[in-house]
Write a protein that binds this ligand. Structure first.
Ligand code: GMT
Length: 377
């Protein structure tokens, strides 16, 4: 199918990589001439500034005393069907399998012959955690089998999908992407930096949704090792369930006053370029979008050697990878880099160079080609 497409993107609106990827993809597709409908229960945090070809559709979820848990999956399916009747939608693109791929399937069944194609993009815990739970396993597998095309954000995740869900069909890797103009070392600004740093110290940072898979207390443990060797302070961007635990660990380790907690209402593209090092000691990470954003800003990454991170953070070029929980080794290595200007400069350049492999244009083009292949059947 040639010419512009109309795509409905279904995503979680909360701060988290899958919502960011989905909305950035929508904006980039609109720039390329396609029409995009973003569907979610709330306006996503990073939805692009108004664009004539991007529309947001909020899914209304009716509360009723009988429903302890309002059935969002059904409300979403109904909203999608109504949207498809109003507009000629070519592709329903579900980001994160649960419950989006299931709602897309229901919508298709409701529409019958006129239904659009379904593309499902898997982001991480929809496969590695939530999807494996007994209460979701079978419906997740079913929704993948029923999708017309399935993509994953790393080879690691694509392998996990095939193995854990015993799928024979194809799962195509399309890596997450980055806008290299928006996330750039040239946005380093001494005024912003001095607002973040405690003084002339090295500035170390972390960005996540503070869930247990991120091991955020380990960020503090690594930072404490760093601070033993070099004057440094830590910037924590984001919010989530582990924030109280993180503050407790920081207090116990005596570094609470060296940490700046910024919350989630922040512009990552403004803050990340100010950092000297980015820490991502996650338990699991199917890709690590926050690491890519930091790298694009010329910030080397110290991370766990898990999931898709080795596909992104090239060892010794863009940063260094360690076994999960190796906080002492991570801290010693990080301190060594920060104390060695030449090595730090080498890694800064390497991080940006590696991020250039994930240029937005090329990867959005891969999604476009994928849609067209699916539409051809
Ligand atoms: O899978 C999740 O935990 C949620 C998801 C999100 O919405 O934040 O994160 C995943 O998707 C991101 C975007 O593709 C990836 O960069 C993250 O690595 C991935 N998180 C995990 O695998 C833990």
């Amino acid at each position: 199918m040639e010419g512009p497409l109309t795509i409905a993107i279904i995503c979680h609106p909360t701060l988290g990589g899958s919502g960011v990827v989905a909305t950035d993809l929508g904006a980039a597709l609109a720039e390329r001439g396609h029409t995009v409908h973003i569907v979610s229960h709330r306006r996503p945090v990073r939805i692009a500034s108004p664009h004539p070809r991007v529309r947001f559709h909020e899914v209304p979820v009716t509360r009723y005393p009988l429903f302890t848990y309002p059935p969002y999956t059904l409300a979403l399916a109904t909203k999608l069907a109504a949207l498809c009747r109003e507009e000629r939608i070519d592709v329903l693109h579900a980001h994160y399998a649960i419950p989006h791929a299931v709602s897309a399937y229901l919508c298709r069944q409701m529409l019958g012959r006129d239904a659009p194609k379904i593309v499902t993009t898997l982001h991480g815990t929809d496969i590695t955690l939530v999807g494996l739970d007994d209460s979701f396993y079978e419906i997740t597998r079913f929704s993948l089998l029923e999708s017309d095309g399935v993509t994953a954000v790393s080879d690691y995740l694509a392998r996990q999908v095939r193995q854990r869900f015993n799928l024979e069909g194809e799962v195509t890797t399309i890596y997450n992407f980055i806008d290299l103009e928006r996330f750039s070392p040239s946005s380093r600004d001494s005024a912003v930096r001095s607002r973040l740093a405690c003084g002339d110290e090295a500035l170390v940072g972390h960005l996540s949704n503070f869930r247990w898979v991120k091991r955020v207390p380990d960020v503090v443990r690594v930072f404490q090792r760093i601070a033993l060797h070099v004057p440094a302070c830590l910037v924590m961007i984001g919010d989530g369930p582990d924030l109280p635990a993180v503050k407790l660990v920081a207090d116990e380790l005596g570094v609470l006053d060296r940490i700046n907690f910024l919350g989630s209402e922040q512009d990552a593209a403004e803050l990340l370029p100010q950092l000297d090092l980015f820490l991502l000691p996650s338990e699991q990470e199917s890709f690590g979008l926050a690491a890519l954003e930091a790298m694009a800003c010329g910030v080397p990454v110290i991370a766990s050697n898990v999931g898709g991170l080795p596909e992104l953070v090239t060892e010794g070029e863009a940063g260094h990878l360690f076994p999960v929980g190796a906080v002492t080794d991570m801290g010693e290595k990080a301190a060594g880099i920060l104390a060695d200007r030449a090595e730090h400069a080498r890694l800064r350049a390497g991080a940006r160079r590696r991020a250039e492999d994930f240029r937005q244009d090329g990867l959005v083009g891969q999604y476009e080609a994928f849609y067209r292949a699916v539409l051809k059947g």
